[in-house]
Design a protein around this ligand. Sequence first.
Ligand code: AMP
Ligand code: FE
Ligand code: FE
Ligand code: ZN
Length: 274
Amino acid sequence: MRTPSIDLHVHSNFSDGKLTPAELAAFAARRNVVALAVTDHDTMAGWEEKEEACRAHGVECVVGVELSCELDGREAHILSLFADPRSPCVERINELSGSRFSRMEKMLERLERLGIRIGMDDLPVAADGVYGRPHLARALVEKGIVKNVSEAFGRYLYDGGPVHIDKTRLTAAEGIAIAKNLGGVAVLAHPGVSDLISRLDEFIAMGLDGLEVYYPKHGGEMIARLLAFCRDRNLLVSGGSDFHSPDDGPGIGATRTPVDVLEPIRRLASERKK
Ligand code: AMP
Ligand code: FE
Ligand code: FE
Ligand code: ZN
């Protein structure tokens, strides 16, 4: 049996992940992941199903969301952990997810201009209509136009690529405010793989609560550096696999995030809800 760990960042088919909440919870339980946050992109939809799935597998469910934000045009992802799905702020999040549908229509038009016909019906079903580029990538693979998802991104979907259209994003300041107004803890996702690592103090000035220190693409040196930074700036430490699909990347619990990082996050979130 693996040492117990937690995973505070995975995706389900409520956004661009492949697995259902039930499949995720089963995977987590198999890996001895004792707390799981299914943080879909720009939606809190499915939170009841996620809670139910976790309960059925004896895994603690941390309700959360990953908000698409930007700082000076650079993508920044803010997680809200222990978010309250009944908060009025969910309305603002729904605007983001709603705009992803029209964005997808525009990306399909771009493909058509390149002579590639893919319709909305050809996309894998997004449980809540929260479409992302991975859906399109999978349809391109399915149609035999590219060999794999990575080639779909490499040829068509990469940032600034021929088919890519910017999604609606919050400013980083707004994302942090919403993450906290949801009653949650605001964590900057994957800080070591974004080009925002030199700007962490700006996020702190905006009220950021913590950093996703444990992340599959963070090497030992990066983790040590981020842990020291969190200690120095009094930030909370979080960790997650950013799992999307069993076909790519390491699985749930890959970061082996220690169980004891959860308690301070939980404490702050419950103080915030008072
Ligand atoms: P979107 O939110 O629609 O802009 O799509 C971004 C998502 O695409 C990310 O959350 C990743 O899941 C995925 N992604 C981005 N770049 C790549 C890549 N090069 N290969 C595979 N997936 C990617
Ligand atoms: Fe994603
Ligand atoms: Fe992300
Ligand atoms: Zn993610």
